[in-house]
Design a protein around this ligand. Sequence first.
Ligand SMILES: C[S@@+](CC[C@H](N)C(=O)[O-])C[C@H]1O[C@@H](n2cnc3c(N)ncnc32)[C@H](O)[C@@H]1O
Length: 400
Amino acid sequence: MHYIRLLRPAKLDGRKPIVSLLITITTDLGDSFLYPDEPVDLLVSADDPVGQSVLQKAAQHQPLRWTAGMRVLDIKVPLNARLKRDDVRCTIKIHPATQPLPLGALRSNDVLPWRISERSSVSQGLIMPVSVEMVGGVCSPVALRTLQLNTCSQPEDQLNLDLEEDIGESIARHIWDAGVVTASFLADACRTSDGIRAVLPMERGAFSVLELGSGVGILGVTLALIIQKAATVQGRTLNEATVLLTDLAEAEERARSNISRSDAVLSRSHTFSSTVTLEYENLDWDEGKLGRFGSLASARPWDLVILSDCTYNVDSLPALVGTLSALHTANLKYAEDQAFTKTSVILATKPRHSSEQALFGLLKADDWRYSVLKSIPLPRLGEDDEVVDIYLLEKGDGNT
Ligand SMILES: C[S@@+](CC[C@H](N)C(=O)[O-])C[C@H]1O[C@@H](n2cnc3c(N)ncnc32)[C@H](O)[C@@H]1O
């Protein structure tokens, strides 16, 4: 998958308001620029809070073009000349011209090969749109990614998830392919009761999920929304659910912002019979492997641990696997009264290098069992296809 990225915050210039956007289109790692066989047309929209375009008439529907060999694209967007600079309040969206509606959002269905037709433009590879908000003529210093999660066939069951990410370089403060694909897979799988049973070990009245290396929170936040839906689909009471995102301190600010953003969606889809609490706490695997957890991570047993795109750095694999095993040991403390004898993990990875296979040796050495839950091909425009592998890991005797 490729991502449209702002290289610096958008800027509003001049008396006649013109927005300057400097963008690039790269992979999640940022290691290669989009090099398409055919030029890719992009569209820019700028709508005020009631959905009216604030673009100058002549600038509306004017495509911009990204061609092979490009590294940046400098975009000037003229706004309606009658607007006073300080009054400009809008959301600017940059998206591929051919991408299906809604504008500025990536549909989770378009990520899953079994949901798209071969003739659809997205079957060749996706380009994730980007949005930026402008209030009082000042552009937000963060970019927004919108994922439209199709959790059911009814339009009212679609959830638009807005996630903030940094403008510029960072690992913890961006979304990554494995997170997007796994979030889409879980939303799709949990459309039915059977699907929920197949992927989520929701066997008690309470359900607790801990995410490792959550980054901006795409997977954990999605799962919180899915759990809320799942409780309704299953038609039985889920008294209490917790999703705890964890990462290094550098991820905290963005993760907390995204939790706040998702609280509005969670409360909209709130049923009187279930409550999902979404929280964040720092957890460095170098501490976790020693069984040193913060107050939230050590407050309860975890029915499920989730992680996506955390296994690309071979040097950190021992600490990561050590943390998983330490979480299992912590779970066993609850074994007597709550039958917590097995720990389940959903681990998603987009293999980038053969050295990452070391993960499986470390898992085996710590008595983790693993199986592939789903292997999802990820086509890329102008480059070799990739794949996201979603594994189920288990440790313990499984009497739960
Ligand atoms: C490639 S990002 C993936 C982020 C997110 N899971 C996603 O799919 O979008 C890898 C994440 O692992 C985190 N990470 C790396 N080393 C870590 C460590 N020692 N302890 C905790 N988190 C770590 C990074 O901060 C980063 O957020």
